[in-house]
Design a protein around this ligand. Structure first.
Ligand SMILES: *Cc1c(COP(=O)(O)O)cnc(C)c1O
Length: 457
């Protein structure tokens, strides 16, 4: 087995796909801190969350002990339409870099939504349907999550209401039309449909919207409409659980050829793809069975791990959601307008935050011009046009491979290639025209938002 030549693409067959998601928290001795009720500062109870989220998803969210959750057959059947996703050996990239390192990437862009987000969207839509709901509401910034959710909702016959950040709604008409093709209603946010939207419009009539505002609108719509709940595409424990399908497939594919990675790299926005990719590997690490270097890559313009603080904060700018303990820049922080690389969230998954806090993983930040250089380099060599988000991981993987050349080490690097960049050509255009620069927040700017963190004793 060991000496068998590894193919360019390692596919699993259908019956090698995972039957259960893996819950990383079950193997953590020190668990992630609980969500807190912003009014009482007490841990959120299932009953308190029930008006906003679906029942089964709340159960998954709060369960720190069950290691495996069976993937319902209906979801497995949907997964089979676009999974298993390929694990690619980047032979061409290795050769071009002239590195002794072995590089693999797990490609999640082979579905119409174009990213890994569909893995959780289909699960969330399934549980909403099973609960007998009429529909779900959500927000979308760049549009990937809204697209994935529209696909999932149309499959199960659920209504899908997406609040899309207004500037994105105007700049990305194609994303919007994909969502409408799948039957979703897409509303530019802020809108006049909700109280919070009307209030924001009255105060700032020319605003182009923000993710925080769109979240507040989607939550208000869900709680005030009969038979609706709110769903979220990243950050939450349940989303990391569903995304563990990425890591489980990756590990199964590598195990087929007896390959043990040394370094596992993923981009980090809210942490869901990274949390999913590393899940089974981190599990082995937590149980003392193996050791891996695990690296989160974030934009220098939104550096929550590398320059944030580990503290309780609001998950949204509107301050309506529970408090989460995480690495955060402060809920008021918004990355500079010329940041085009995605991963704009001010905080981070509480599970990954706790693992990082314990020193079980590392984080690096990279500048966006260097990210787009890596994206273009990769597109020309490996053929895939990557999403800007995914290209953060490409940047870090190339840097590690170059270091291996210097030290003459034959390390195995695995990274997550979360999506395609077809809807991000405006960002690529900026890069090509030399109009992209690196705006990195100063310590003084970060201190302002840090000083506004809620006080939790
Ligand atoms: C949403 C998204 C990300 C970042 O989200 P995580 O929750 O951190 O994974 C990364 N890549 C792509 C393509 C995305 O759409």
């Amino acid at each position: 087995m060991k000496n068998e030549k590894i193919p360019y693409k390692i596919y699993l067959n259908e019956n090698e796909m995972p039957n259960a998601w893996y819950n990383l928290r079950a193997d953590m001795k020190q668990k992630p801190a609980p969500l807190l009720n912003p009014g009482t500062l007490e841990p959120m109870k299932a009953e308190e969350l029930a008006g906003v989220f679906c029942e089964e998803l709340i159960r998954q969210e709060l369960d720190n002990d069950t290691a495996y959750f069976e993937i319902p057959e209906e979801i497995r059947n949907f997964y089979k339409m676009y999974r298993p996703s390929p694990l690619v050996r980047a032979y061409c990239l290795e050769e071009k870099l002239d590195t002794p390192a072995h590089i693999y990437y797990k490609f999640e862009g082979n579905n119409t939504s174009g990213s890994h987000k569909l893995n959780s969207a289909i699960a969330q839509a399934y549980y909403a349907k099973k609960q007998g709901l009429k529909g779900v509401t959500t927000e979308t910034g760049a549009g990937q999550w809204g697209t994935a959710l529209s696909m999932a909702c149309s499959y199960f016959g659920l209504d899908c209401r997406v609040y899309m950040v207004k500037c994105s709604y105007e700049q990305k008409p194609f994303r919007r039309e994909v969502m409408r093709t799948y039957g979703a209603s897409v509303t530019p946010s802020p809108s006049t449909e909700t109280e919070v939207g009307r209030k924001i419009l009255a105060e700032h009539p020319n605003t182009t919207g923000s993710l925080g505002c769109a979240i507040s609108e989607a939550v208000e719509k869900a709680v005030s409409s009969d038979g609706y709940r709110y769903v979220l595409g990243s950050v939450l424990n349940q989303v990391l659980l569903h995304q563990s399908v990425i890591g489980l497939e990756t590990k199964a594919a590598l195990d087929k050829y007896g390959v043990k990675p040394d370094i596992i790299i993923g981009c980090a926005g809210g942490g869901s793809n990274l949390g999913g990719l590393i899940a089974p590997f981190m599990g082995e690490k937590l149980r003392g069975e193996a050791d891996y270097r695990i690296v989160a890559v974030e934009p220098a313009s939104c550096p929550s791990f590398t320059r944030g603080v580990y503290a309780y904060d609001f998950c949204d700018t509107g301050m309506v959601c529970p408090l989460s303990k995480m690495y955060t820049l402060g809920s008021g922080f918004i990355p500079s307008a010329n940041h085009a690389g995605g991963l704009r969230y001010h905080g981070m998954s509480s599970t990954l935050s706790e693992l990082y806090h314990q020193g079980l993983m590392e984080a690096v930040s990279v500048k966006q011009t260097e990210v787009f250089e890596a994206a273009e380099y990769f597109a020309r060599i490996e053929g895939i046009l990557p999403a800007p988000e995914s290209s953060h991981a490409i940047r870090a993987a190339i840097d590690e491979a170059v270091r291996c050349k210097e030290t003459k080490e034959e390390k195995t690097i695995v990274f997550g290639l979360t999506g395609t960049g077809y809807f991000d050509m405006v960002a690529y255009e900026k890069f090509h025209n030399g109009e992209m620069n690196d705006s990195i927040p100063t310590d003084e700017e970060l201190a302002v938002y840090r000083s506004q963190l809620p006080r939790v004793e």
